[in-house]
Design a protein around this ligand. Sequence first.
Ligand code: GTP
Ligand code: SPV
Ligand code: MN
Length: 606
Amino acid sequence: MDAPTQNNALKKWVEEMARMCRPDKVYWCDGSAEEAERLKREALSTGELIELNQELMPGCVLHRTALNDVARTEDLTFICTDRKEDASPANNWKSREEGYAEAREYFKNSMQGRTMYVVPFSMGPVGSPFAKYGVELTDSIYVVLNMRIMTRMGKQVLEIIDQNAEFTRCLHGKAQLDLSKRRIMHFPEDNAIWSVNSGYGGNVLLGKKCLALRIASWLARQEGWLAEHMLILGIEEPGGHTEYIAAAFPSACGKTNLAMLVPPEGLRRKGYRIWTVGDDIAWLRIGKDGRLWAVNPESGCFGVAPGTNSKSNPNMMEAIKKNTIFTNVVLRDDKTVWWEGHDDPAPVEGWDWTGKRWSPDLKDDKGNLVPGANSNSRFTVPIDQVPTRSNRLDVLEGVPISAFIFGGRRSRLAPLIFQAYNWNHGVFVAASMASERTAAQYGKQGEIRYDPMAMLPFAGYNMGDYLRHWLDMGMRIPNPPMIFLVNWFRQDEQGRYLWPGFGENLRVLEWVLQRRRGEVAAVQSPIGYLPNEGALDMTGLDIPQEQMDLLFAVDQQGWLKECDAVKTFFNSLGERMPQRLYDELEQLRYRLRRCCGPQGRFHMVW
Ligand code: GTP
Ligand code: SPV
Ligand code: MN
């Protein structure tokens, strides 16, 4: 097929990449439904995709990745820049030369016998001044079909690139799916991304983490905006006014859940409704009115399957009934899907995520039950199918953000919620946030790791510079969002969650909005403002007072130890760490030392 583009730079680049990868064919995607159907048929015929029960789940398919390719591989992800200090120390770094040279070896002839698909896509509404364009070359139909859901993809984007719009050059090849040769490489100085030897989501849907976070965060710093790992949520209040908030939690810590939460009965009756703008990525700019405005650059959700059910996320259960790509879940004998934490009880028998016969009582050599779905199994679904989809999704300037919420999984220490004293303190709170590791990335599960703004794996440049950029933005935004930290995951001594979470989290968000409007007073604690006793609306939720006390307990000794750990972490981020954050740390330490209370717990002493 002749290249259907007038953009010579694009044409030349595609030719050059094809000369390196040697595909049998180069195919330019137009993004049409007819094309998607045709590609799907082809993938079904080769076994790359498995057709699901079309009566019960119209348009749905299943994909299984290679066994060693089920999550992002952060240790194989690189920022390749001329100067090491522009990327390090939190990122893996290679020089541009070395990066290209190594990847070139792996790409060489890797598409022989395959087709190279050319996928023009837009992050953000096509034609919006905020949109960033990209072209992904890939030898995977799975990637093409996912990109069609996750991004605005096809002819309308090519028409804009034809007019010489800037675009990110994204090259993806499955090659041999060889883990030892897997590399996810970013070249921000060239606006290019090369990913090889993987077929898993975040490694290969290059518009998502690679472009919309790593490359975009690099651009955002230069251009004075923010590219963040955040959900965007509209809260329609009694009376009909909608306030928007953006929240950053590390991978698999509840962004998707919060973005489409269902108000508990008591609050629903008051008149609250939730509108979903985004569940993973937010791009934020200062608007003419001096507020921060957010757009979701994606058009789909790539959500975690395990634990998704009609209690935890009924909106998502509704969304994934059709036109959804499932990855690494259980296939039941009636060709429907299942995962741990699904509404239905485990099937007596089925096929596990690896394609082996499986039953729920199956045990491994050590006598542990073998899960049927991979713990990072996912679904890809158009956001249009989410019942709570906001009608502001395609609005070019986005939505105004009233509050930032940061949070992670902490079984100890961090209270249900507190508010930062001011912007700089908020940046410190977000910079020092930590979370227990989940299955979304390789590594020891449950281990505490510090993850500033949930961006440690996604900032495309030096982390010290990134945090400085956040501090500087505070001085440039005339009416900045207020900053809060939440923790839905605090546990008691027996390891039980102290807070029911999910829909009930709206009770906490209501307090956020009340604080934003200055309607309620709060307790000044050493770590930040805590809700006054009785400040959360608990209508219809019966939690004993002792449990609420535990949820908000501030353990003085524990926090002092935390300060030491945060300092060690800050030091690990190198010389470009802003002094202002160390100052915030010392002020926190001072406030903690000054307070005293029963068993070393903070007890409203100020
Ligand atoms: P990525 O897509 O990986 O960036 O993650 P995400 O933040 O969108 O993750 P998601 O919302 O899919 O997180 C799912 C996990 O968080 C599941 O294990 C849920 O059970 C758990 N979860 C979400 N909200 C809550 C909550 O309020 N309380 C508790 N205890 N668990 C929650
Ligand atoms: C995450 O891991 O934060 C995700 C999934 O959102 S992935 O796109 O695979 O990175
Ligand atoms: Mn994510």
